[in-house]
Ligand binder design. Structure first.
Ligand code: SF4
Length: 328
């Protein structure tokens, strides 16, 4: 157990599952989603201006990018650089949030389990049918597995995922009174729920700080030389030590959004990256701004759910969305 993380969990563990359930989660979701819709719908001219500014900033950043490896970087310099990267990403992705649709903690934990090895968009297209038919843990616990498999088929690994979501629903119904528990040690006991899923739920359904170390997070923090650890628990501890606990959840969203849209595993779009001057891995991907722009991507089929203002960094100079994945 990591000391820093456990201290966060210690704060979380004071409540019981019943009290910290649905109402808290609805508040958490509303808090993140509302400003996005408002900005996109109410202030289009401001959004356009911001888009142009961000596009210019990305181009400028790429132009003066430095590929210096901070070999002798002091601890203080590392903390400053890490926090500056997070601030820059917060400007590029002001609406970063969990991209899974959910209305209560039960839906979030199920959706997060389903999101393994598939896109959030695919999960979002699948869960309305699942939650429409099985709205509570008790309903899903009593479901016919074959019927659930039919619904989950588009998510891939549908047999294993069916087993997990029915199993975790049974555990919720039998051990937690039908409520999702708000403590890490309880969440990780649920079938199919690991630390990553548990922190997604704690951070976004219960408002408790947590770092989500998924594949994007691991790749990016190593590129940025925030840590050279490879074990997710050690990465979580190392990165957590660079930031105030209150920033952990939003930091996770910023890093994951950047990994999904710009700093890809195989072809990072360095030439269109707004944090290039702060990145020791600049040059690992395409540095030509025009070619890099074609690498920018988002969920296949469009912006996630088509309900949020697109992040400025992957709009073209005219404010139009960059070509979808595979269109270039
Ligand atoms: S896209 Fe390139 S410059 Fe930007 S964070 Fe990734 S590796 Fe660094």
């Amino acid at each position: 157990m990591v000391v820093r993380r456990d201290s966060a969990v210690g704060e979380q563990s004071s409540g019981d599952g019943k009290k910290t359930g649905k109402p808290v989660k609805k508040v958490a979701r509303a808090k993140k989603a509302a400003p996005a819709k408002k900005a996109a719908e109410v202030a289009p001219s401001a959004a356009e201006a911001a888009t142009k500014t961000a596009t210019k900033a990305a181009t400028k950043a790429a132009a003066k990018a430095v590929a210096k490896a901070p070999a002798q970087e002091s601890r203080t310099a590392l903390v400053r650089r890490a926090r500056r990267i997070n601030r820059e990403l917060a400007e590029v992705y002001p609406y970063a949030h969990p991209e899974l649709d959910f209305e209560n903690p039960f839906q979030l934990v199920v959706a997060t389990v389903l999101s393994a090895q598939t896109t959030d968009l695919r999960v979002n297209q699948t869960t309305p049918a699942l939650f429409g038919k099985y709205p509570t843990p008790e309903d899903l616990a009593a479901a016919n597995p074959e019927e659930v498999e039919d619904i989950l088929r588009p998510c891939g690994f549908f047999r294993a995922k069916t087993k997990s979501v029915i199993g975790l629903s049974k555990a919720l119904a039998e051990d937690f009174g039908g409520e999702v528990p708000g403590r890490l040690e309880d969440l990780v006991k649920l079938p199919g729920v690991g630390r990553k899923t548990a922190f997604v739920v704690l951070g976004n359904a219960f408002g408790r700080p947590g770092i989500t170390v998924d594949t994007h997070f691991q790749r990016l923090v190593r590129r940025w030389r925030w840590t050279d650890q490879t074990d997710p628990d050690k990465i979580e501890a190392a990165v957590g030590a660079l930031f105030p606990k209150s920033e952990w959840t939003d930091l996770s969203h910023h890093v994951i959004w950047h990994g999904r849209r710009i700093c890809h595993a195989r072809k990072p779009a360095c030439g269109a990256c707004p944090i290039a001057p702060l990145c020791p891995a600049y040059g690992e991907g395409e540095t030509d701004p025009e070619k890099a722009r074609k690498l920018l991507k988002y969920e296949k089929g469009g912006f996630p759910g088509q309900r949020l203002k697109p992040p400025q960094a992957y709009l073209d100079a005219g404010g139009k969305p960059a070509p979808p994945l595979g269109a270039a």
